[in-house]
Design a protein around this ligand. Structure first.
Ligand code: SF4
Length: 472
């Protein structure tokens, strides 16, 4: 288990190269903590001797190859791992390490991650503001790797941005591509835009999730740009470091370590950081894009709109599962993994998962209960029912509003229920209850047998109430 002092020990000597006046700004992004602050001069550990030259300093006139490291870089990286880097150990308690890093800056966390995993860790770069991760990695002065999922459907601006980032940092991004045979089979059978017809999961599975899985299988750790403020309902508990609950590393399931150095940084501070450091940014941001993904599936959002509203907007919001960061779910346990609609392992939600929507105002329906509701042609009262899975981040995200709504509707003559529709119940729910993905919200009007599916991605109390009032 690393001590706080050990966490902070390594940046100092390398920072002779990189800790310039810009780097001082890092501390303002996170909250500096005296107990972890880097300070050899203050009696901290002996400054590290820099055995490995930083990627971006190997050959000033050449780009460093992050994909297949050049001999010099590979040698340097291996030296870092073999001679100086802290070897990742199965004995590391990552929950404890997460606590120890609580007040560390993103730079310190990145430094710790690169120190522990050397050439076996890579930064996941989406082509958006997570370029901040690359900047932090550069500032550590250590060699680092960057990978990106090239789905083949990205915006031209994103490709240009990749190129700008490679040149700016003098690196080669490790692009990861979908399997050509899988893409060919999909496109030949369903066309180039099948996701507009039958949902994005199949295409995302082929173009994103499987390539990511293949990439991660060759690593011991990865770094993501996830932040808590991106979705308070689902990302509020993102740890700074964790054992990845879904994806496998070289050591199999439960062996991959996931680092989220900017988990506690707010979006505005990321942007302040990028602008201050004069980091290149994707030009799509200036066109109103917040979340940036594939060209056919991403659009700008208006001020005040959530970034998720710019993704897969033609679908029921309940289908917006991408499968890339399933570690944000409650009760993530590597030992309880199944497969979700994307073909990605997730907590199976059948045994031992903590339930959600737990309030007396919400009736828990079993299979007989929901079937009875379906059969009632003249039901005495309308019902609002959510089809959910407790492990689903979007279900978790609407938990507060749905429970508040249920409390409001007590005594109104409208019953509020929930039906857990994962596991064995999923085929039934898909066939009989219009389940696309989780959560699906249904309104069973008083005099109609067929339930009406809530069509919007807005799941706040007012929006749900407007839906009810329009149908009651
Ligand atoms: Fe396919 Fe759209 Fe998913 Fe990209 S975001 S992989 S184009 S469905």
């Amino acid at each position: 288990m690393a001590s706080a002092a050990a966490i902070s020990s390594s940046i100092s000597s390398r920072s002779l190269l990189y800790r310039d006046s810009k780097a001082a700004l890092i501390a303002s992004i996170r909250h500096p903590e005296p107990s972890i602050a880097t300070s050899a001069a203050s009696g901290g550990p002996r400054p590290r001797r820099m055995l490995a030259r930083p990627c971006c300093a190997v050959e000033p006139t050449k780009r460093n190859d992050s994909v297949v490291p050049s001999a010099a870089v590979a040698e340097a990286a291996n030296a870092a791992v073999g001679e100086e880097a802290t070897a990742p150990s199965a004995a590391v308690d990552y929950e404890e390490l997460n606590k120890a890093l609580e007040n560390a800056s993103p730079l310190e966390i990145m430094d710790r991650a690169l120190d522990m995993f050397g050439n076996e860790i890579a930064i996941a770069f989406s082509g958006a503001e997570d370029v901040a991760l690359i900047e932090y990695a550069k500032l550590t002065g250590r060699p680092f790797r960057v990978f990106s999922l090239d789905t083949g459907r990205l915006n031209p601006e994103t490709y240009r941005f990749f190129d700008a980032v490679e040149k700016h940092y003098d690196i080669h991004i490790e692009y990861t591509f979908p399997d050509a045979g899988e893409v060919q089979a999909l496109v030949r059978s369903k066309g180039l835009f099948s996701f507009y017809e039958d949902g994005h999961q199949e295409c995302c599975r082929v173009r994103k999730v499987r390539p990511l899985r293949r990439m991660l299988k060759g690593l011991r750790a990865w770094v993501t740009g996830q932040r808590k403020d991106q979705s308070p309902g689902t990302r509020a508990n993102i740890p700074l470091v964790q054992v990845d609950p879904g994806f496998e590393g070289v050591g199999g399931l439960g062996s991959l370590i996931k680092w989220n150095p900017v988990a506690d940084v707010e979006g505005k501070d990321i942007w302040n950081f990028l602008l201050t450091m004069n980091v290149p940014v994707n030009s799509l941001h200036s066109q109103g894009y917040v979340s940036i993904g594939c060209e056919p599936c991403t659009r700008p959002v208006l001020p005040g709109q959530h970034e998720r509203e710019g993704r897969w907007w033609w679908e029921d919001a309940t289908a917006k599962e991408c499968g890339l960061h399933k570690g944000n779910l409650k009760q993530d346990e590597a030992g309880k993994l199944g497969t979700n609609g994307n073909g990605v392992a997730v907590a199976n939600g059948v045994d031992g998962t903590v339930d959600i929507f737990e309030t007396q105002a919400i009736v828990k329906l079993g299979r007989p209960g929901i079937e009875n509701l379906l059969k009632l042609e003249k039901r005495q009262e309308p019902w609002l029912v959510v089809l959910y899975a407790p492990w689903c981040r979007f279900c978790q995200g609407m938990e507060t509003s749905y429970m508040e709504l249920a409390e409001k509707l007590v005594g109104s003559g409208i019953k509020v229920g929930k039906f857990r529709a994962d596991g064995d119940q999923k085929p039934f729910a898909q066939k009989e209850l219009q389940l696309g993905s989780f959560p699906t919200i249904l309104f069973f009007p008083k005099n109609t047998s067929r339930p009406i599916k809530y069509p919007s991605e807005k799941r706040d109390v007012d929006s749900l109430m407007a839906f009810i009032n329009a149908l009651r």
